[in-house]
Design a protein around this ligand. Structure first.
Ligand code: MRU
Length: 352
């Protein structure tokens, strides 16, 4: 099997100054092109246009963004503010920015030593994400073994949660990959994930690199797949998990949770603890990003709706905790999903 790690981002130090190099996810799978960010406005634009995306990777990118501002002598406090506000729903972004900013300030808040401290923190977050993704994969595979004795899993996933959003193998897709490596994956159903097709473009790209038995479906086809008894479990990631266990994830996740409950299929969320936001009490308090209407009225730049058509384009929806079978983190499995169990897991050891 091909090595499925992908350099979703990397720090480089050419003679004309440090840069954060991003694999441009808007151009995949047709082109594996990189985009070099030399300043914070460029990185903010890359985050907003989804060149770099997915909750864990946004945290890592945010931390490197602070390091970039520090290394290039920009106003680091202002850079941190702009980065943290680039997208509102994934809590990891502000978390990563805050971690690097705190390291910068603890090292004096000015000059090369503080810049080095911010970069060291970004690198540490990057490494930690890689370790966490291995732990989530192991815990998720164990959970699948308990819920679905026998193997031969037919798993459905939504959006993209693999190496493209991680320092290693990702969250939900990392569990799928572990099942595949263990010889237990019979079929990966990949929701195309309208409007920006993170499933059809990115998850299918990763599944193909890993030689998985996968098939892409239109989001609206999921119901007929459940009705035909072709789905054993749903695995998704998360952008923010509120204190009560409500899960914000890519638009289209909530309908899958409703379908899963109706058909008695486990609905499993895989996310690092950094995605849990105990300061947000419940799903209603999660701020949902709304994106430009042209993403809905056009397909890959081609207008498909009548000119002037209005659109409804939330980037995420919220699944209430009672529809979530389990949340898998690097610290283990939370089930049933409720405030007490989630808070206990967050307070517990990292699982080393
Ligand atoms: O808008 P995106 O592509 O950044 O949305 C990403 C998702 O919704 C992912 O499912 C989520 O960030 C989890 S990634 C582990």
């Amino acid at each position: 099997m091909a090595d499925s790690t992908l350099p979703a981002l990397r720090w480089a130090e050419p003679p004309d100054g440090p840069v954060l190099v991003l694999l441009d996810q808007t151009r995949l799978p047709a082109e594996e092109a990189e985009l070099a960010c030399t300043d914070v406005p460029g990185l903010v634009a890359a985050i907003q246009s989804l060149v770099v995306r997915g909750a864990p990777l946004l945290g890592i990118a945010g931390a490197y963004g602070v390091a970039l501002a520090a290394a290039r002598g920009y106003d680091v406090t202002e850079a941190a503010r702009q980065l943290a506000e680039a997208r509102p729903t994934a809590v990891n972004l502000a978390w990563g920015v805050e971690r690097a900013l705190a390291a910068y300030r603890s090292a004096g808040g000015d000059g090369p030593a503080a810049a080095r401290a911010a970069l060291a923190e970004a690198r540490a977050l990057h490494r930690q994400d890689a370790e966490d993704s291995e732990r989530m994969a192991a815990a998720g595979l164990g959970l699948l073994g308990e819920l679905l004795p026998g193997g031969g899993y037919r798993l459905l996933t939504h959006c993209n949660t693999g190496a493209l959003i991680s320092g290693a193998y990702g969250t939900a897709f990392g569990v799928v990959r572990a099942a595949h490596l263990a010889g237990r994956l019979r079929r990966l159903w990949v929701d195309e994930t309208r409007p920006l097709l993170q499933g059809a473009r990115l998850t299918a790209y990763e599944a193909a690199r890993d030689d998985m038995p996968y098939a892409v479906l239109a989001d609206g086809a999921a119901g007929s797949l459940f009705a035909a008894g072709e789905v054993d479990a749903v695995l998704i990631g998360a952008d923010r998990i509120a204190a009560d266990g409500a899960v914000a994830n890519k638009i289209g996740s909530y309908p899958l949770a409703v379908l899963a409950r109706h058909h008695g299929v486990p609905f499993i969320v895989v996310a690092p603890v950094s995605t849990v936001d105990l300061a947000t009490p419940d799903g209603a308090a999660i701020r949902i990003e709304h994106r430009p209407g042209h993403e809905v009225t056009e397909v890959r730049g081609v207008q498909v709706a009548p000119v002037g058509a209005r659109a409804y384009n939330p980037a995420f929806d919220v699944t209430p905790p009672e529809l979530v079978t389990a949340i898998v983190t690097e610290r283990g499995v939370v089930s049933p999903v409720d405030h007490g169990n989630l808070a206990e897991m967050c307070a517990g050891p990292r699982g080393d």
